[in-house]
Design a protein around this ligand. Structure first.
Ligand code: NAP
Length: 246
């Protein structure tokens, strides 16, 4: 990791993949803001990770709300001194076949998964541009590459996020800010716990490595992208799915 750059925000970090990413960053000596709409869980996670010897802070944020996002970035810079890394992880599903999907479920998913990442990246980039350094990682999904049955809203949001990654990478490169995405496959978290045994079995059949992924698998790729080893990579999407896309 960098000597000089030590401060990160991870959105949706109270639990699941976001918590796994925040933990891995803290293990590497990075101060982490645990941003989540669930403040009690965010506070628990922040307290737990502070035990690893880094500074942590829990901030209640709805990533789809511009005022919340601006306050999140302001608070990070005030408390930690800078914002060097942003991981846009907050995301939701509201599954249904497209012909049955309500407009509300469409809007909600797009506004958290896509607009949320846009708002956070925009606010973070303004800080990163001043210091001519920044690393942004968007947590997309293989759904955004494949299209998935019953997930038109979710797949569109993640495909949009991959396109946003490429556009912002082009825009911010000259300021030494990289923007990349990680596309997880089937990862065991509360988001996937509720799927039926049949759906889980179907996934397993399609995964050459024959196991579900863990939040740690995703966190390792994020760490690579924000470390000096990943400094010449921008605008790319790493698929971390046990071979699901082969
Ligand atoms: P998760 O366990 O549901 O965690 C997501 C976190 O984001 C939750 O704490 C959630 O709070 C929070 N959140 C929801 N809406 C938010 C908002 N408006 N503002 C801020 N935080 C909000 O999900 P996960 O499985 O860890 O997924 C994390 C990311 O990975 C998501 O972007 C997801 O799309 C992506 N992903 C997951 C998988 C998988 O297999 N699990 C696969 C591909 C991609 P609430 O509990 O209140 O909703």
């Amino acid at each position: 990791m960098y000597e000089k750059y030590k401060n990160a925000i991870v959105t949706g970090a109270a639990r699941g993949i976001g918590k796994g990413i925040a933990r891995k960053l803290a293990e590497k000596g990075i101060n982490v803001v645990i941003s989540d709409i669930l403040i009690e869980d965010a506070e628990k996670t922040a307290a737990e990770l502070a035990g690893l010897g880094v500074k942590t802070l829990a901030v209640k944020t709805d990533v789809s709300n511009k005022e919340d996002v601006e306050a999140l970035v302001r608070k990070t810079v005030t408390e930690f001194g800078s914002l060097d890394f942003l991981v846009n992880n907050a995301g939701i599903t509201r599954d249904n076949l497209s012909v049955r999907m309500s407009e509300d479920d469409w809007d909600k998913v797009l506004s958290i998964n896509l607009k949320g990442a846009f708002l956070c990246s925009q606010a973070a980039a303004k800080e990163m541009m001043k210091q001519k350094f920044g690393r942004i990682v968007n947590i997309a999904s293989v759904s955004g590459l494949l299209g998935t049955l019953g997930q038109g809203n979710y797949a569109a949001s993640k495909a949009g996020l991959i396109a946003l990654t490429k556009s912002m990478a082009r825009e911010l490169g000259r300021r030494n800010i990289t923007v990349n995405a990680v596309a997880p496959g089937f990862i065991m978290t509360e988001m996937t716990e509720t799927l039926s045994e049949q759906v889980k079995e179907d996934y397993m059949k399609q995964i050459p490595l024959k196991r579900a992924g863990t939040p740690d698998d995703i966190a390792e790729s994020v760490c690579f992208l924000i470390s000096p080893a990943g400094s010449y990579i921008t605008g790319t999407t790493i698929n971390v799915s046990g071979g699901l896309l082969i």
